[in-house]
Design a protein around this ligand. Structure first.
Ligand code: CA2
Length: 161
């Protein structure tokens, strides 16, 4: 939970190959670059009154490191784990283990693609998932995550027993 009086801060994680956005496969992933997506998220964050920090890596362990390192300063994670969505027990364990809510997002509608993309190892641990809307998946995911965090942070905590 974010300290009182501090702005809600969200860590955005982009997984493997998302650094190539805008260079290839625009028919699947659109023509925006990752920088464009991050800029759109910063704009949306400003209008929501929150802060975002963004990180991309092609290396599974670096994403795990980032989750562990960022968790104490953030209220939640917005995650497009790319292909690791479908394979990574390590990312699932890291996200489940740090005690912060996360929302899974995808540019494409993975359910309409190859069967190996239909399973997400992360989704069962997520507060929600949004896919198929290009950059708007991230924007909608950020809105949903911030609303969730605000709801949880406003709720009275259970009395100590
Ligand atoms: O739709 C999504 O956001 C994905 O997470 C994108 C991943 C894919 O493995 C997931 O199944 C769905 C792939 C990202 C690769 O992005 C590229 C962009 C341009 C050129 C090549 C790859």
């Amino acid at each position: 939970m974010a300290p009182e009086s501090e702005k809600v801060r969200i860590a955005v994680l982009h997984g493997p190959n998302l650094n190539l956005l805008g260079q290839r496969e625009p028919e699947i992933y659109g023509s925006l670059t990752l920088g464009d997506i991050d800029a759109r998220l910063r704009e949306e964050a400003a209008s929501l009154g929150v802060e975002v920090e963004t990180f991309q890596s092609n290396v599974e362990g670096l994403l795990v490191d980032r989750i562990q390192e960022a968790a104490p300063r953030v209220s939640g994670f917005l995650v497009n784990a790319g292909a690791y969505t479908h394979t990574s027990v390590a990312l699932r364990d890291a996200l489940a283990g740090v005690g912060r809510p996360f929302v899974e997002v995808h540019l494409s509608n993975v359910q309409a693609r190859e069967p190996f993309r239909h399973e997400s190892l992360l989704a069962p641990k997520a507060v929600g998932a949004i896919m198929g809307f290009g950059v708007d998946s991230y924007v909608l995911g950020l809105r949903g995550l911030v609303a969730h965090v605000r709801r949880v942070e406003a709720a009275p905590s259970a009395p100590a027993s």
